[in-house]
Ligand binder design. Structure first.
Ligand SMILES: [Fe+2]
Length: 208
């Protein structure tokens, strides 16, 4: 077994980036078509800032070997499309039995989690709060604050991401929207269609 070298990456909380990261990717608002319920508001957003960055990820990925780990930072802009807060696309891990950890650095967020069968959980993420995403849960970050949401994360290096699991059923079962009083609430997504039981069973049976 060839030894890998230790890493020392500094979290730049103000910039929302990992100094010393080996990878970076960003999603523009124009990459997020079909995510939001209010299509008119989304088109207006595209005209205003379609080519600006909605969220970015910088990470340190030593390898993709089983047993290794990816660590990184995500930074999300604050704002809403209609009543709905800005969010990430969301995914389940391609190896769905892999977990993840998110740690709040700046801002106010919600981790929206959905089981393959459609159970919903929400976890608030504020500075120094650690969110455990268990295996088999679809997860999406939502910025419910009025400043950038910055979180660090760690997950097994061979997890992979499957985004289609959300798109195929009309989105996640809940949407995170303003409560009109400076807070947030979860409401039903009218476009959501439950997954067939056979699909739920096959996901829950997946191991490695
Ligand atoms: Fe993940």
């Amino acid at each position: 077994m060839k030894l890998l070298e230790p890493g020392n990456c500094r979290v730049d909380v103000a910039a929302g980036r990992l100094d010393g990261a080996s990878n970076r990717y960003e999603k523009l608002f124009s990459d997020l078509a079909g995510l939001y319920e209010d299509e008119r508001a989304f088109r207006a957003l595209l005209e205003e800032k379609g080519s600006s960055v909605a969220y970015e990820v910088t990470d340190f990925k030593p390898s993709a070997n089983p047993g290794d780990m990816i660590i990184g930072v995500t930074r999300m802009e604050p704002g809403r499309v209609g009543r709905e807060f800005y969010m990430t696309r969301g995914h389940i891990h391609a190896r769905p039995n892999r977990p993840e950890m998110y740690y709040g650095e700046r801002g106010r967020g919600v981790m929206l989690l959905e089981s393959p069968a459609g159970e919903i959980r929400t976890v608030e993420i504020t500075p120094r709060a650690m969110c455990y995403v268990p295996p088999y849960w679809i997860h999406r970050s939502v910025n419910v604050g009025d400043e950038p949401l910055v979180m660090t994360f760690a997950y097994p290096a061979d997890s992979g991401q499957d985004y289609d699991i959300i798109a195929k059923v009309g989105g996640m079962r809940s949407r995170i929207v303003t409560d009109g009083k400076g807070g947030w609430m979860a409401v039903d997504n009218a476009a959501y269609r439950p997954r067939p039981q056979a699909l739920v069973d096959s996901i829950m049976a997946m191991k490695d």
